[in-house]
Design a protein around this ligand. Structure first.
Ligand SMILES: [Zn+2]
Length: 160
């Protein structure tokens, strides 16, 4: 029987809720989490919570914003001219990917006025306490190739 330790390929079913109990994401919606333990591919709080577990074990873990996607920062709100969205049918709550010098970031439309749009560059989960319910569904040792690449190959991982 395999227990989760460094370099185990871990497959987890999960439900993610915020501290209001609202379901934000789940393996039923987006597929299981598949990662190599110890590669920091998932939040550290998840690796810590599942360390030593085996197949079918369940664990609940709460991760504070500072250990997840950071605090909500009001400085990350800014106003841009509506013309910047020329050709895009924007609506409040919509999320767009924007290229910056630091790579792509996710921008959320907060408010649409006559000729200005308020956008929010906080991560959508910034400031939220994350409550994960996890269940281990399969485990195996990582292959030498996977360890060299630092990610999982095959089903649900990289295909190459
Ligand atoms: Zn690879």
């Amino acid at each position: 029987m395999l227990n989760i330790t460094k370099n185990t390929v871990v497959t987890l079913d999960f439900q993610l809720k915020n501290d209001q109990g609202e379901l934000i994401d789940s393996s039923a919606q987006t597929g299981p989490m598949v990662y190599i333990q110890g590669t920091e591919d998932v939040l550290q709080g998840i690796e810590d919570a599942v360390e030593g577990l085996t197949v079918l074990d369940k664990v609940d873990v709460t991760i504070n914003p500072e250990d997840a996607y950071g605090q909500y920062e009001s400085e990350s709100l800014s106003t841009v001219p509506k013309s910047a969205f020329d050709g895009i049918e924007i609506e409040v709550g919509m999320q767009l990917q924007e290229e910056t010098s630091d790579g792509p970031i996710l921008v959320t439309i907060k408010e649409i006025n006559e000729d200005q749009v308020m956008v929010d560059t906080n991560h959508p989960l910034a400031g939220q306490k994350l409550m994960f319910s996890l269940q281990v569904t399969s485990l195996r040792d990582a292959t030498a190739d996977e360890l060299a690449h630092g990610h999982v190959h095959g089903p649900h991982g990289h295909e190459h």
